[in-house]
Design a protein. Structure first.
Length: 258
């Protein structure tokens, strides 16, 4: 699902480019994720504890990650963004218990919108190409749901994800790994496991990205070692060690059999 890194990506991962600009960019992203707290508050955590909401998420994640995403060759960030959209919809709208047609319709619309945001134009399939199963969903239904979601989000579909931070943390935490490419692929797998965990989605994307990168490099870190790595970052304390340590251990549990 993810193409090989470009020359620019490899340069950044190896510490090239304008370091000052990169740090400013990361600090800007962290500021944006703090300001965009739609999924980062107690209300979101409470909703995610609802049994029917958990069922909706399972169906949506299966559709996005297992059925449709691989079929179209979408990037991992697109898949993550799509599930983030689903979670945001579940904060805005009530889906009646057992309404699996609505669940599928939301899943299709969220994935389509994420593809339009994150994929290149030539890689965005027509709405008629999305598999809809036996739910009697047509293009007009999908388009109407897209417009409803856009209205709920006030047409602001930009969302910071852990993938926005991976190149930065990879260049800091993975300087001595044998293969940056393989490490990056492992980080992608770990980040996607967050979707299954659900509760971790309430943590800031920068924290998830930092924890996932540290885990991909070393699965046996202590809190002291994590603290050394975080304190060495030029981010003026914007990342809290305890938060990264918590996510590191939760991700370790989610990926212990992988």
């Amino acid at each position: 699902m993810e193409s090989s890194s470009s020359e620019e990506e490899m340069q950044q991962e190896n510490g090239g480019g304008d370091d000052h600009d990169e740090i400013n960019y990361i600090q800007l992203l962290i500021g944006n994720e703090v300001n965009n707290a739609r999924l980062n508050d107690q209300q979101a955590a409470d909703i995610m504890n609802d049994i029917w909401i958990q069922e909706i998420r399972r169906h949506a994640i299966h559709y996005i990650l297992r059925i449709t995403g691989p079929q179209f060759g979408f990037h991992v960030q697109t898949l993550y963004t799509a599930v983030t959209y689903v979670d945001r919809v579940l904060l805005e709208r009530i889906v009646e218990v057992g309404q699996y047609r609505m669940v599928r319709l939301i899943s299709v619309a969220c994935l389509s919108l994420a593809a339009k945001m994150d994929e290149s134009r030539e890689n965005v399939p027509p709405l008629s190409h999305y598999p809809v199963g036996t739910f009697g969903i047509n293009v007009d239904h999908i388009r109407k749901m897209e417009l409803m979601i856009l209205g709920d989000f006030r047409w602001d579909m930009r969302y910071v994800t852990p993938f926005n931070f991976i190149r930065f943390f990879l260049s800091r935490f993975a300087r001595d790994v044998p293969s940056r490419y393989l490490t990056r692929m492992r980080i992608y797998e770990i980040v996607l496991s967050v979707l299954q965990g659900g509760r971790l989605m309430n943590h800031r994307p920068s924290v998830i990205a930092a924890a996932a990168t540290l885990l991909a490099v070393n699965g046996n870190l202590t809190i002291e070692q994590v603290g050394i790595q975080i304190n060495a970052l030029p981010l003026n304390g914007l990342l809290q060690i305890n938060n990264v340590w918590y996510c590191y251990n939760r991700l370790l549990q989610l990926n212990e059999h992988v």
